[in-house]
Ligand binder design. Structure first.
Ligand code: ADP
Length: 378
């Protein structure tokens, strides 16, 4: 008989930091959480050293860990679900480093470190792309360029934040008292990075991010959708290299470029004081979210609910109001009083709203822990 998986460590091993949470999965309670920073730049020299620090921090709590779940940025088309990271799957994952040259080595380095330090404890990989890849149809996933680029290089839409979209899909289905396999949703993960997903019968049929997390919405420092020819024009005029252009579009655009701060709270405060750049930035952000909600409501064949999550979605009544104010054509109406909610599950649409809007706090770490238990039970 298989050993029951109860104590699960969740590891998010990034390029310069390692975040962790420890769960008791019998009760789904968090026992500990923490962060090791500045890996390779003044702090621990590598992920193994960072993990040794975690073990020291956990003390007795590090004993008896049954399994470890890891957040992994990219599963390509190989990983359509979370998977046990045995030798064969690690080899497959290493081939996907090209899709995330910064994050993938750190994610996989975390697994290698755990395999050494927690000998015999199984490691499960939970991929940010998997929930999208599993069910997204080609008509949504493919780009209208020569198919040789897909065949040779895997250029297609993958989508990200899959773990968050999956968590709120399951939570929304429970909230609506519907089986997950019958629920249609538009899930909005609005944070520093933001994406929407169109959920039909519990699975993703489209999402706003693409080959990389750059596509789609206006984000903290990313521009989201842009005419590719505009990018070429800037590169040509300013003689920018691809790496420089990547930095401009990913790190120096979005709210930061439009309003001088990537933090939505700052932008809201500036707009309230009459700053026109900040006002326009919030309107652009809200406009694009509303645009995609309209499109995705069509794509899912009529949503049972619109879900708001992520730092902005869970906390910013102002941004939610700006978005929902643009959904009149869908018959969506806001309940201004309910919309004051922060960080808890609540319906924020008015009684007569054709589609309910629900604020639902995401919990990616718990989703990773749940998947870890599930993979090891299968
Ligand atoms: P990440 O994508 O890095 O996980 P989060 O999901 O935590 O980020 O979201 C961070 C964003 O949420 C920031 O832009 C922050 O300003 C915004 N945010 C958090 N609380 C509020 C609030 N009360 N009002 C407006 N924005 C908020």
């Amino acid at each position: 008989m298989k050993k029951k998986v109860r104590k699960v460590l969740v590891v998010n091993s990034g390029s310069s930091s390692l975040k962790y949470q420890l769960f008791d999965m019998e009760t789904e309670t968090r026992l500990a959480k923490g962060l090791v920073e500045r890996i390779g730049c003044g702090g621990p020299k590598d992920h193994a050293e960072a993990l040794a620090k975690v073990v020291a921090e956990l003390g007795d709590a590090a004993k008896g860990i049954d399994a470890i779940g890891h957040r992994i940025l990219h599963g390509g088309e190989v990983f359509k679900d979370s998977a046990l990271m045995n030798k064969a799957n690690m080899a497959k994952a290493r081939k996907l480093v090209k899709f995330g040259p910064l994050h993938m080595p750190a994610n996989l380095g975390g697994i290698d470190a755990c395999a050494k330090i927690f000998k015999g404890v199984p490691n499960v990989g939970v991929f940010d792309t998997a929930f999208h890849i599993a069910t997204m149809p080609d008509c949504a996933a493919m780009y209208a360029i020569d198919p040789k680029y897909y065949k040779k290089m895997g250029i297609r839409k993958y989508g990200f934040h899959g773990t968050s979209h999956k968590f709120v899909t399951q939570a929304a289905a429970a909230f609506l008292k519907k089986p997950v396999s019958k629920v249609n949703l538009v899930t909005c993960h609005l944070g520093n990075g933001s994406s929407l997903a169109a959920i039909r019968n519990g699975g993703v049929v489209d999402t706003t991010m693409g080959l990389t997390p750059l596509a789609g919405l206006v984000m903290g420092t990313r521009c989201g959708d842009i005419d590719a020819a505009a990018v070429l024009s800037i590169m040509e005029a300013e003689k920018r290299t691809p790496a420089e252009m990547d930095t401009i579009l990913n790190k120096k655009s979005g709210l930061l470029a439009l309003a001088g701060s990537s933090d939505c709270r700052d932008v809201c405060a500036k707009a309230a004081k009459g700053d026109r750049g900040a006002e326009l930035a919030l309107e652009m952000l809200a406009y694009r979210v509303a645009l995609y909600i309209g499109a995705y409501n069509t794509v899912v064949g009529g949503a049972d609910a619109i879900v708001m999550t992520g730092g902005i979605g869970e906390n910013s009544s102002e941004v939610r109001e700006r978005i929902i104010g643009r959904l009149g054509a869908l018959g969506v109406k806001l309940d201004a009083k309910a919309n004051k909610v922060r960080g808890e599950t609540k319906v924020i649409s008015a009684k007569g709203s054709k589609i309910p809007v629900v604020v639902l706090p995401t919990n990616e770490e718990l989703m990773i822990a749940r998947d870890t238990v599930k993979v090891l039970a299968d």
